[in-house]
Design a protein around this ligand. Structure first.
Ligand code: PGA
Length: 252
């Protein structure tokens, strides 16, 4: 009942021309793949060109960040309203790079989640522990705090628009993927947290993506885990061949 999602987080990569070229390849290779929701998240400056390139295809557009207000005196920021206007279906929030490099708190991330839900945009809500937190036995507490505070105040109906992405920080961009068992264990724990906070129905219907060095070589094993409903892919989403293979995963 949970439709798998494969989302590409392009981070700070790709000019408009490069984005258009990559999307043309993805479109050609992924047309007809109805069983998977495929999402791409180019940088803000390529969103308009990307929206045009993928129009009429099944690919969906995401932004990598937003500010939690619709309009106003917020120099340099981009709102959910403007992202919806440009053709985005989802926005990524709570990514560990934003938490670590830009000091985003659980409370600020929660404001973004609410702003997105109110605008009618889908949310890809990222959580995950650092290596230090995992090794010192704090992983469960960290995930619990991130889910409690990040999704605070949402109704069960609002949760229908939220996808959770579990991205252990130590696996992002490092080439170290969580093992299938580590991913499954964390995903099952997150699903239990969703049950505590929102009830059984939401826990069962919410998609939980895995992220952190997902590649063609490890996607099949990850997707074979009961609670892994897709992937948030960084580095490997920048190359058409790799991303297409990931989107066309084949759980063993
Ligand atoms: P990676 O990034 O696949 O390059 O590890 C994942 C992410 O940060 O979303």
């Amino acid at each position: 009942m949970r439709k798998p999602m494969i989302a590409g987080n392009w981070k700070l990569h790709k000019t408009r021309a490069e984005a258009t070229a990559l999307l043309a390849e993805l479109k050609a290779a992924l047309t007809g793949l109805a069983s998977v929701e495929v999402v791409v998240a180019p940088p803000f400056t390529a969103l308009a060109a990307a929206a045009e390139e993928i129009s009429g295809s099944s690919l969906l557009l995401a932004a990598q960040n937003c500010y939690p207000a619709s309009t106003g005196a917020f120099t340099g920021e981009v709102s959910p309203l403007l992202l919806k206007d440009i053709g985005c279906s989802y926005v990524i929030v709570g990514h560990s790079e934003r938490r670590q490099l830009f000091g985003e708190s659980d409370e600020f991330i929660n404001e973004k989640v609410h702003a997105l839900v109110e605008t009618g945009l889908g949310v890809i809500f990222c959580i995950g522990e650092t290596l230090e937190e995992r090794e010192s036995g704090q992983m469960y507490d960290v995930l619990r705090r991130q889910v409690r505070l990040g999704l605070k105040g949402l109704s069960a109906a609002a949760m229908a628009g939220v996808v959770v992405a579990y991205e252990p920080v130590w696996a992002i961009g490092t080439g170290k993927t969580a093992s299938n068992e580590q991913a499954q264990e964390a995903h099952a724990f997150i699903r239990a947290l969703l049950k505590e906070q929102f009830g059984q129905e939401i826990a069962i219907s919410t998609r939980i993506l895995y992220g952190g060095s997902v590649k063609p070589g490890n996607i099949d094993g990850l997707m074979a885990q009961a609670d892994v409903d897709g992937a948030l892919v960084g580095g490997a989403s920048l190359k058409a061949e790799e991303f297409v293979r990931i989107a066309r995963f084949n759980p063993a």
